[in-house]
Ligand binder design. Structure first.
Ligand code: GLC
Length: 738
């Protein structure tokens, strides 16, 4: 439809019909029967049926047949036949489940994340979905927070920018002219990952400068990539809840960044202005959210039941309603919904695309590249042919490999367990398996989310325990498959003690005491405190929640079919007490000196994490040398070329991720001790060496200064190159303005 036609449509709409476009409810309430309309959740929602007949969007409904029916029935009731938008959280795949985003981010491969996003969009679009509440790009530095699992950039804004752009591009490729794409909704604007103490929905209180330097870049990268929607976060920033934060939404998001898409609140975040203490009542909440720039009120009746009287009472201008509604209509038009309200919804396409061979193969590749090998003493991995293997632990044959969000609409189908992945490749007599214990004790279960129901506990637990020990005794190598439960991660799952469940830690101790070569595969959604475990075993592989093809991917690595290439995007703490722990920290006035108590640190723990940002092993070894800069003075229009020699000094080919960090020694505000600014993945045969080059530019030095200007400041810098954020070769250079 032409833009002018949209304006004409808007002029035909009544105020109430316009407001209805700004309301979003659960899809299941759309065609609720009369009893639900009166007594159940719809009754509680208390929205006028006439308004319901014209609402603009729903969430959490899916399926081609279902959404075509909903759209058809809705069209008969709505005043102007404006199609509904269907939105859903597709965090790591729709029916083919990919590794959780935190895992995918360890691939250091934006193109892989873009491909995975494209596959998810094609599958979801075939089921009639239009908007994906993804990517979540919050920078996260506290492993106690359950939602670290949802972000690919981890603790680093630079990685976060690269992934935000790649994933938006993957979802929205050809949005206007292909039915296999989806509109992306970047979230949660802004700073949700900085919740104090890692406690869910807790206070965020950071300066605007720190927000701009360390938390906003990934959101901006998503907007610059053309992301169609932005979701406001639950938290406050500088004392103002994001859904009422006029400065960040109208001055920064729309003013500075030029975002002209739709802003949707997070679930009930408009109503939550009241318990935040930022709004007196529903009407006040509606007014503040509208003035700040929230276009769609997700999940409540605050807009539905208050905006009309606010306009008629002269408290808010109708022009703000018109702007919001025009943005919503514009998005529906961009998706082609006026001409084809069913868009890509097709049962035939669902059968063809859902868990198709191409997507499963991509999921296997992504899962393999997401795994991170943290320890491999004596080269126990890869497992040698002919080895008798005991696969022990609650994740030995568990299908719970897809992460919390994949359960939004029911358990994923067809997940490949680790046992199946190994059995498909090993002769039967070489693999024996026993769970040993449950993932969680009943007392450890967290309130389940959505439709998830915890499986029944193992019967005869003592016998199972003993069987596991006996099975291990018969083997050459024990592979322990352990992990936190997927419902211990994601939203509403902050933990004060981010370790493996107690029973599993006990099982690991007793297995390790047998004296066998022991490999541990950890399935998790956050950097766990693995201090105790890592000291007891020979090899440690982080598989995260690897998705539908997890069992195949982990088996590929354990058996040497593929080498591990993952590098950490988030530091692993030595203890919860270290959190938040991250590589790009400030120096402080008393940098750590061993044996000097009056320097920054703890009396009972090192400052450094157990495993640092950027760290990961492969099945070979790499040596770095010959770091050189072609000049030592950088000016605005020049570049410095940094060269470093990387050599494969092992017996197997391998892929290395060479990382470039920059340090600004002294600035008008203090600067992090280092910041990732570039990286390059390189394949090296055994014995091969390559010169890797990076261009250092003024752009890499820019930050928000004491005067709140985004620029580079003259002075001394260090360029660092190496395999991770701790093991680096360093060369100094200077930046001069001329
Ligand atoms: C949730 C989450 C948000 C999600 C939304 C819709 O509370 O915070 O990430 O997209 O509600 O499910």
């Amino acid at each position: 439809m032409k833009e002018q036609k949209l304006k004409e449509l808007l002029e035909k709409m009544t105020l109430s019909e316009k407001i209805a476009q700004m309301v979003q409810i659960q899809g299941r309430l759309l065609n609720a029967g009369s009893e639900e309309a009166v007594t159940g959740p719809l009754g509680e929602l208390n929205i006028d049926p006439a308004m319901l007949d014209n609402i603009g969007s729903v969430l959490n409904a899916e399926g081609a047949e279902n959404l075509k029916r909903l759209q058809s029935e809705y069209a008969k009731r709505s005043a102007h036949g404006i199609p509904l938008l269907f939105m859903l959280d597709i965090i790591n795949g729709y029916k083919t489940i990919f590794p959780i985003p935190l895992a995918q981010g360890c691939s250091w491969s934006p193109e892989l994340l873009s491909a995975a996003a494209g596959a998810a969009a094609r599958e979801a679009a075939s089921s009639g979905l239009h908007v994906n509440f993804s990517p979540m790009v919050d920078v996260v530095r506290d492993a106690r927070w359950g939602r670290v699992m949802e972000t690919a950039g981890g603790e680093d804004p630079f990685l976060g920018e690269l992934y935000a752009e790649a994933v938006v591009r993957g979802y929205q490729r050809g949005l206007s002219d292909t039915e296999g794409a989806m509109a992306a909704c970047v979230k949660h604007f802004a700073g949700y990952g900085a919740a104090e103490a890692g406690r869910e929905y807790n206070t965020v209180d950071i300066t605007e400068r720190r927000l701009r330097n360390e938390y906003l870049p990934p959101y901006k990268a998503a907007v610059d990539a053309g992301c169609e929607m932005v979701m406001t976060a639950f938290n406050i920033v500088d004392g103002i809840p994001m859904s009422a934060n006029t400065h960040l939404m109208r001055d920064v998001l729309r003013g500075e960044w030029g975002f002209d898409g739709v802003v949707v609140s997070d679930y009930a975040a408009v109503r939550e202005l009241i318990p935040h203490g930022a709004a007196e009542n529903d009407a006040d909440a509606a007014k503040k959210a509208l003035l700040a720039g929230v276009d769609i009120d997700m999940g409540t009746n605050i807009y539905a039941n208050n905006l009309e009287s606010l306009v008629l009472g002269g408290e808010v201008p109708e022009s703000l309603i018109d702007e919001a509604v025009l943005r919503i209509l514009h998005l529906k038009n961009k998706l082609g919904l006026f001409e084809s309200p069913f868009r890509g919804a097709s049962e035939e396409q669902e059968l063809k695309l859902h868990r198709c061979v191409e997507h499963l193969s991509l999921a296997r590749e992504t899962a393999a590249r997401s795994c991170v090998l943290l320890k491999n003493d004596a080269g126990v991995l890869p497992l040698k042919p002919g080895t008798k293997i005991a696969l022990i632990g609650p994740y030995a044959n568990s299908e719970l490999l897809c992460g919390m969000w994949s359960h939004v609409l029911g358990a994923p189908q067809g997940t490949v367990t680790l046992e199946r992945g190994l059995l498909e490749r090993l002769p039967d007599e070489s693999l024996s398996s026993a769970p040993g214990c449950d993932i969680l004790e009943e007392c450890e279960q967290v309130p389940s989310a959505f439709q998830y129901k915890y499986p029944a506990p193992l019967s005869k637990p003592e016998e199972q325990w003993q069987k596991a020990l006996d099975t291990a005794k018969q083997a050459d190598v024990v592979v322990l498959a352990l992990g936190e439960h997927c419902m211990q991660t994601g939203e509403g799952a902050s933990r004060t003690d981010p370790r493996l469940p107690q029973k599993q830690r006990k099982l690991a101790r007793e297995i390790a005491a047998l004296g066998k070569k022991t490999v541990v595969v950890v399935f998790c959604g956050r950097p766990l405190d693995l201090s105790e475990l890592s000291a007891e075993v020979d090899s440690l592989l982080i598989a995260w929640f690897p998705g539908t093809e997890g069992g195949h991917a982990v088996a590929d690595i354990l058996l040497g079919e593929r080498s591990p290439v993952g590098r950490l995007n988030m530091s692993f703490p030595r203890a919860a007490g270290q959190c938040p722990v991250y590589y790009n920290h400030y120096s402080t006035g008393r940098p750590r000196q061993e044996k000097n108590r009056f320097t920054t640190g703890y009396s009972d723990c090192e400052n450094e994490p157990l495993y640092p940002f950027g760290f990961g092993l492969s099945y070979t070894n790499f040596k770095y040398g010959g770091l050189i800069l072609d000049k030592n003075v950088l000016t605005p229009n020049s570049t410095i070329t940094l060269r470093v020699v990387v050599e494969n000094v092992g017996e197997r080919p391998g892929e290395e991720t060479v990382q470039l960090y920059i340090r600004d020694i002294c600035g008008s505000v203090v600067r992090p001790v280092k910041e990732l600014r570039a990286f390059e993945r390189v394949e090296l045969q055994a014995g091969e060496k390559k010169v890797i080059s990076f261009s250092i530019t003024e752009q890499m030095l820019k930050f928000w200064t004491a005067d709140m200007v985004f620029c580079a400041e003259p002075g001394r810098f260090e360029a660092m190159a190496g395999p991770n954020s701790e093991n680096l070769l360093i060369e100094a250079f200077e930046y001069r303005e001329e």
